[in-house]
Design a protein around this ligand. Structure first.
Ligand code: NIG
Ligand code: FE
Length: 412
């Protein structure tokens, strides 16, 4: 590793201001008058310019000034459903007139209406629909992205969604982590036979995993989704393959979802508005990340707040994600999710940024990104801001100067 990162470096940025998110430094892990260098796609130096191990000209083939811009790790969106066809704007209008998300779901709308559109779309059409959303995330600083299946709900269509998720990553140079979420809703052909459907979900998993399409397994554990007992069956199927689990847990009611995720050593429990303190302790013991999804909270006009104080007290890492989906969170900016997390959940801007970088990476089981440290991937963003808190302060706007993924500038 040392040899791989020793000078000469591929490139050296001077006049930088770094948000390293290192814990051994002060707020933000900030370093002013700093330098950043990378080699072979990995960070080779991230520290004070004064501590560079020699004259810049001797250290790197290419040297540039960062013009005093703030640089953060690339953002990580650890919970999205961005592969889907159609939209749910009419459902949005109905909800504004008073219909609830659950009511619409029980009438055969909601997730199942997106399933109809997604099944009807070809792989090419799905990719064409997904790419602009992924581009929008990347343009606002995202360099790693999780994408769930869950709008196919049969073998071929779940497979198609996971293939498109991989296609998105290849097309845009993003790291995409795929999550199998066939236990998202009951498809109409299984009406009244949820247990039989779960049997199928468990049977499809090894086949999709064998094709390299599955990085993690998720379920929607909820009154309008699947019961804890059904979720447990899905988790056992994942465990048999050595696949990590995560869970849509305790979003609309407390079914003990977060505790169940912790019991299986889950990477994350997501939403968790109704999660109680005992479950938070179980998450802390299991190392399960709390993924906060303020976009869905906002769009559904929820009022029950996730247990933020308990999460802080138990030192459960908090992540923030867009939950980008056509129903509850048509949110195409992770920075906007950070802003919503501050306003609705009272996260500090620094917590929100940690939530969209290092803690989000943990929620995907990734330890090689999320901080500016030598040896981490050279995924980073240069921003046109005067202070890091602006990342969570502006609602929208064009703040990105440049995005680098594995040391290469993208989308410029
Ligand atoms: O994370 N809660 C379930 N899944 C999504 C919503 C998906 C949809 O409504 O299409 C969520 O909020
Ligand atoms: Fe979700």
């Amino acid at each position: 590793m040392i040899g791989r990162l020793a000078p000469p470096w591929d490139k050296l940025l001077l006049d930088a201001r770094l948000v390293t998110l290192r814990d051994d430094l002060g707020a933000w892990g900030a370093i002013e008058d700093a330098a950043l260098a990378w080699k072979n796609g990995l960070l080779a130096y991230a520290g004070p310019r004064a501590d560079l191990p020699g004259e810049p000209a001797a250290l790197a083939a290419r040297i540039e000034s960062a013009d005093n811009r703030w640089i953060t790790p690339g953002l990580v969106d650890c919970h999205t459903h961005l592969v889907f066809a159609g939209d749910r704007a009419p459902e949005f209008e109905r909800r504004l007139q008073g219909a609830s998300y659950e009511q619409i779901a029980r009438e055969g709308g909601g997730i199942v209406s997106t399933v109809r559109a997604t099944r009807a779309a070809s792989r090419e059409q799905l990719l064409a629909a997904a790419l602009p959303r992924a581009r929008a995330l990347r343009a606002d600083g995202v360099t790693t992205l999780e994408i769930k299946s869950g709008y196919g709900l049969d073998f071929d269509n779940e497979r198609k969604m996971l293939q498109v998720a991989r296609d998105v990553g290849e097309s845009l140079g993003l790291t995409v982590r795929t999550t199998y979420l066939a236990a998202h809703a009951l498809p109409p052909e299984f009406a009244g036979r949820a247990d039989d459907y779960i049997t199928e979900v468990c049977a499809w998993l090894p086949r999709l995993h064998a094709e390299g399409l599955v990085d993690a397994v998720d379920a929607f554990c909820e009154g309008i989704g699947f019961s804890p007992a059904q979720t447990r069956r899905v988790f056992e199927a994942a465990r048999a393959l050595g696949l990590p689990v995560k869970l849509h847990a305790d979003q609309l009611s407390d079914l003990g979802g977060a505790a169940l995720a912790a019991e299986f050593g889950g990477l994350s429990a997501d939403h968790i508005e109704y999660t109680g303190e005992d479950a938070v302790r179980a998450m802390a013991a299991a190392g399960t990340v709390a993924v906060l999804l303020p976009g869905a909270f906002h769009v559904l006009r929820e009022t029950k707040l996730p247990p933020i104080a308990a999460l802080r007290e138990q030192a459960v890492p908090m992540a923030v994600a867009t939950d980008l989906n056509p129903g509850t969170s048509p949110l195409q900016s992770l920075r906007l999710a950070m802003s919503l997390a501050c306003t609705h959940f009272r996260l500090t801007p620094e917590e929100a940024l940690r939530g969209a970088t290092v803690n989000a990476a943990l929620a995907l089981g990734l330890h090689d990104r999320g901080r500016l440290l030598p040896g981490q991937r050279a995924d980073f963003v240069q921003w046109n801001i005067a202070h890091p808190a602006e990342l969570a302060y502006w609602l929208g706007g064009d703040l990105v100067h440049a995005v680098h993924i594995a040391g290469r500038r993208v989308g410029a």
